[in-house]
Design a protein around this ligand. Structure first.
Ligand code: NAI
Length: 335
């Protein structure tokens, strides 16, 4: 009797630890890149991550060997296209973060990356549909406004699309906005929350500065809005042909991945982040995906918030964003 109870308890514990381990496997696709490496480093520090699977078409064995010496609890594996590496990386993944694809050079818009990155994202989506259809997918690859619809269409075709589990990562806009406003208002950025809605490129990025609790002059509003919308260009220009934001993007991507992990496996309530998801907020206007504050829960994007009260100034920004977003989304869906 005692032995049977013990055996049952042991089996239950084993079942729990196996599923807990699987639940927290995170795969990074494009892991050897400018974003992928520092992002993987930050994920190696995340206590929710039990397995960190790094996939890239080049250089992942080295990156994985290097990270695997860090004495946090997660196990690191490196995969390339050889030996069904993509399948091995994706199998049992709970979260998949995707910074695969080419970045911008000076003078380029994010849309200029479409031709190259659309096919990369499509291929990765086909693999995810097959090997981890239930995973939470975080898309960093640009143009996010189009790569999210591409991913969704592939999942739909495979019959495994769950809109609650597909997120375009717009966190860098939120991080930048907080930093830039803090500079102007001479505050600690940790006390400055800025909701950024819309999409992730130029005029589709709409900061809701009226909701920050600070007052701004018209000049400050114009300058801050422009800087938040085109902050990426500052980095592209400074890097002078060698790429776009990687370190700040890794920080932002790790932050958003952590929010998804906290809500889905950490049991945390009230995790709310802006993210580009399938949304009803402007569906009537024909804009199927949109970023607003989203409450994350055990199943993913649980509750999509509306815009809240916005100023006339912000309404104009939304009016300018919608047609551009609609175009970007249609281009992705049609690909
Ligand atoms: P990178 O060129 O340094 O790294 C990209 C990595 O993707 C490379 O290691 C490359 O080998 C890999 N890759 C290419 N094809 C692949 C495939 N089929 N499967 C797996 N890996 C593949 O570029 P970086 O700077 O890391 O940027 C990556 C992407 O993130 C770009 O599209 C960039 O525009 C985007 N980005 C997005 C931001 C956002 O806020 N969402 C911010 C900054 C960049």
């Amino acid at each position: 009797m005692f032995a049977a109870t013990r055996a049952t308890a042991f089996a239950a514990k084993r079942a729990f630890s196996t599923s807990a381990a699987n639940l927290s496997k995170v795969a990074v696709l494009g892991a050897a890149g400018g974003i992928g490496q520092p992002l993987s480093l930050l994920l190696k520090e995340n206590p929710h991550v039990t397995n960190l699977a790094l996939y890239d078409i080049v250089n992942t064995p080295g990156v994985a060997a290097d990270l695997s010496h860090i004495n946090t609890n997660s196990k690191v594996t490196g995969h390339t296209a050889a030996n069904n590496g993509l399948e091995a990386a994706l199998k049992d993944a709970h979260v998949v973060v995707i910074p695969a694809g080419v970045p911008r050079k000076p003078g380029m818009t994010r849309d200029d990356l479409f031709n190259t990155n659309a096919s990369i994202v499509q291929g990765l989506a086909e693999a995810a549909a097959k090997h981890c259809p239930k995973a939470h997918i975080l898309i960093i690859s640009n143009p996010v406004n189009s790569t999210v619809p591409i991913f969704a269409e592939v999942l739909k075709k495979a019959g495994v699309y769950d809109p609650k589990r597909l997120y375009g990562v717009t966190t860098l806009d939120v991080v930048r906005a907080s930093r830039f406003v803090a500079e102007v208002k001479n505050k600690d950025p940790k006390d400055v929350k800025v909701t950024v809605v819309g999409g992730h490129s130029g005029v589709t990025i709409v900061p809701l500065l009226s909701q920050t609790g600070f007052d701004f002059t018209k000049e400050e509003l114009d300058a801050l809005t422009h800087r938040i919308q085109f902050g990426g260009d500052e980095v592209v220009k400074a890097k002078d042909g060698t790429g776009s934001a990687t370190l700040s993007m890794a920080f932002a991507g790790a932050r958003f991945a952590n929010s998804v992990l906290e809500a889905t496996v950490g049991g945390k309530k009230g995790v709310v982040e802006p993210t580009f998801v399938k949304s009803d907020v402007f569906a009537k206007e024909g804009v199927e995906y949109f970023s607003t504050l989203v409450e994350l829960g055990p199943e993913g994007a649980e509750k999509i918030h509306g815009l809240g009260e916005i100023s006339e100034y912000e309404q104009k920004l939304i009016d300018a964003a919608l047609p551009e977003l609609k175009k970007n989304i249609a281009k992705g869906a049609a690909f």
